[in-house]
Design a protein around this ligand. Structure first.
Ligand SMILES: CC(C)(COP(=O)(O)OP(=O)(O)OC[C@H]1O[C@@H](n2cnc3c(N)ncnc32)[C@H](O)[C@@H]1OP(=O)(O)O)[C@@H](O)C(=O)NCCC(=O)NCCS
Length: 194
C-alpha cells in the first residue's frame, strides 16, 4: 500500500524531477502527447515533455488553462496529475504514475486530493480513457464515476462533485490537502535532465 500520498502544484524547480521519473520509469506514450521519431526517450521527446509542462505552469490564468501537479509518495515524485479546464465549467482529470508506483494504491489515494482541487475551483470533473485500461477504469469506478463507452473503445467518465478545500493557486497546498505530506526533496539530482 502507498504510504503518504500527496499532490503539489508543479513548478519550474520540479519540472526536471518529473522528467526524471518519466524517463526512468515510464514509456513516452503513457505520459505525453505523441512526438514523431524513433521510439523511446529521444532528445526531442525530453524537450517536448519539458515544454509541455512549462507551458502549463501558469495554471488557469495561462494559455492552456490547466493545473498541473506532481504526485508524491512519501515525499518522492512518482508521477503527475492534471486538471484541464473544459467548456461548460468542467475539468478533465488526468493521472500517470511511473511503472514502479502503479498498482500500489497511489492512484486511489490521490483521486480524492485531485477531486478536492477541482471542487476548490468549482468544476465538475470528467476523464477520458480507453476500455482496455483496466487500472484506470477500476480507479474511476472506485471513485464513483459514471462511465460511457463510445463503441470504438473510448471511455468517457463523469465524476461526482466533491466538497473540498484545495487551493489551486496556493503554494504547498499538498500538506493542507493531504494532511501528512512532505515537500519534494530540494534539488533532487536528475541525471536524465536534457
Ligand atoms: C491508471 C493509474 C493512474 C492507476 O493508479 P494505480 O495507483 O496504479 O491504481 P491503484 O493501485 O490505486 O488501483 C486502483 C484500482 O485499479 C486496480 N488495478 C490497478 N492496477 C491494475 C492492473 N494492472 N490490472 C487490473 N486492475 C488494476 C486496483 O485493483 C484498484 O481497483 P479496486 O479499487 O477495485 O481495488 C496508473 O496505473 C497509471 O499511471 N497507469 C499508466 C498511465 C495511465 O494509464 N493513466 C490513465 C490514463 S486515462
Amino acid at each position: 500500500m502507498a504510504d503518504e500520498v500527496a499532490i503539489t502544484r508543479l513548478r519550474e524547480e520540479t519540472v526536471t524531477d518529473l522528467l526524471a521519473v518519466a524517463v526512468e520509469d515510464a514509456d513516452p506514450e503513457d505520459v505525453m502527447p505523441p512526438v514523431a521519431g524513433p521510439p523511446g526517450w529521444t532528445e526531442a521527446r525530453r524537450s517536448a515533455f519539458l515544454g509541455h509542462h512549462r507551458a502549463r505552469l501558469s495554471g488557469l490564468d495561462g494559455p492552456h488553462q490547466e493545473l498541473g501537479y506532481l504526485v508524491l509518495d512519501d515525499g518522492e515524485p512518482v508521477g503527475a496529475a492534471r486538471l484541464a479546464r473544459q467548456p461548460h465549467g468542467r475539468f478533465e482529470a488526468g493521472v500517470w504514475l511511473g511503472r514502479s508506483a502503479r498498482g500500489r494504491g497511489i492512484g486511489s489515494a490521490l483521486m480524492p486530493l485531485l477531486l478536492a482541487e477541482a471542487a476548490a475551483v468549482g468544476g465538475d470533473v470528467v476523464a477520458a480513457t480507453t476500455a482496455g485500461n483496466v487500472a484506470a477504469i477500476a480507479l474511476l469506478r472506485r471513485h464513483g464515476a459514471r462511465l460511457a463507452e463510445d463503441g470504438a473503445g473510448a471511455v468517457h467518465a463523469e465524476l461526482p462533485r466533491r466538497v473540498g478545500k484545495g487551493d489551486p493557486d496556493g503554494e504547498g497546498q499538498a500538506a493542507r490537502v493531504a494532511g501528512s505530506c512532505r515537500p519534494p526533496p530540494a534539488g533532487r539530482s536528475s541525471p536524465l535532465s536534457p
